[in-house]
Write a protein that binds this ligand. Structure first.
Ligand SMILES: [Zn+2]
Length: 347
């Protein structure tokens, strides 16, 4: 068993959007964790509101103040499809602080690994721009925070949300001290993250994008892990692995078509955990990003936590979708991405 932490607070329900990124996501996740008796096996990690200087590791003071004002005035549509309610500013501070609280718990050794169940999500948010349901870039803030507070030289962000983490990429595009590795569906929002976007200046080679076609499935993800993620991570030797853990690559998710199953998320987590044990004393701090199918997202999260904690609890999708071979179209696209990375890594 590993000691696995979870960050959660009912305050995360208080950000009202009127979109699929709603409070019911966390409610259903929590009820599945209870159904599978996973909650008693978790260490609760208390979130705190991130101080402004921590948010400013990524965002400009002008952007932060504008969001605070907009929320205080009652909110509305703040960016395209990105809604803010009166409480959203406070909740967004707590989401960023929940993610950094997870980093604290892992770095101090209170837990071996952690998943922060926070909202609003973060990976689309850029320095001075909200986007795609995201207000503050929780995982990017956590990476900068880990560097500042714990003096880390190399941090990996693995982003397996079905959407490309456009905000994370812009924040770290010229920065070799954070390797941003994204696996996502091509041609959907935000239409960035092509395989030839590999970073610039000193950051060249430290952005790895693996855009995948529809119906890639579990086996395609394992193929990315074994052929690209694992060799890159072994060479990079991160001191901490952050995960932008979106579950909208799931088979039933309404926003994506990558057809990953809960069993797939479990196995990917197990593979990642082994890798983390090998390179960074098992340190994994994950934070929730997308995942919008209320019928399956809770199972995917439960599966991930069970695998993180080596709990031996098998979590199945309520309706198990089929998926076992790397589809030819996916294999071609993954091999293309690998070819591009050969310039930087032995893969
Ligand atoms: Zn997403």
């Amino acid at each position: 068993m590993a000691r696995t932490g979870v960050v959660y607070s009912p305050k995360y329900l208080d950000h009202f959007t009127g979109t699929v990124e709603g409070h019911k996501r966390l409610q259903t996740i929590w009820s599945v964790l209870e159904e599978y008796r996973i909650v008693p096996k978790l260490t609760m990690v208390e979130p705190y509101a991130a101080p402004l200087e921590v948010i400013q590791l990524v965002h400009t003071p002008e952007y932060i103040q504008a969001l605070e004002r907009f929320a205080a005035q009652g909110g509305g549509e703040w960016a395209e499809e990105t809604f803010v309610s009166r409480e959203s500013y406070e909740v967004a501070l707590l989401a960023a602080g929940g993610t950094t609280a997870g980093v604290d718990a892992v770095m101090k050794g209170t837990v071996d690994n952690v998943l922060a169940l926070v909202r609003p999500p973060g990976h689309h948010a850029a320095k001075e721009r909200a986007a795609g349901f995201c207000l503050f870039n929780n995982v990017a803030i956590a990476a900068k925070y880990a560097q500042k507070v714990y003096g880390l030289q190399r941090v990996l962000i693995l982003d397996w949300d079905v959407h490309h983490g456009s905000g994370c990429q812009t924040v770290f595009y010229d920065d070799p001290s954070v390797l941003y590795f994204s696996i996502h569906q091509d041609g959907i929002y935000p239409r960035t993250g092509w395989a030839n976007e590999t970073g610039e200046g000193p950051g060249e080679g430290y952005t790895v994008n693996v855009p995948l076609p529809k119906q890639t499935g579990d086996a395609g993800f394992y193929y990315v892990f074994t052929r690209l993620l694992e060799p890159v991570v072994r060479q990079y030797q991160p001191e901490l692995i952050l995960v932008a853990a979106g579950f909208d690559a799931h088979f039933y998710d309404p926003l994506g078509s990558l057809e990953v199953t809960t069993g797939g998320f479990m196995r990917m987590t197990t593979m990642l955990k082994k890798l983390a044990d090998e390179v960074c004393q098992g340190r994994i701090a994950a934070t929730l990003e997308g995942g919008y199918d209320l019928g399956s997202v809770g199972y995917s999260v439960a599966g991930m936590l069970s695998a993180m904690g080596e709990m031996g609890i098998k979590v199945n999708d309520p309706v198990e979708p089929p998926s076992d071979v790397v589809r030819p179209q996916a294999r071609i696209r993954i091999d293309d991405a690998i070819e591009i990375q050969r310039k930087y890594w032995k893969v």
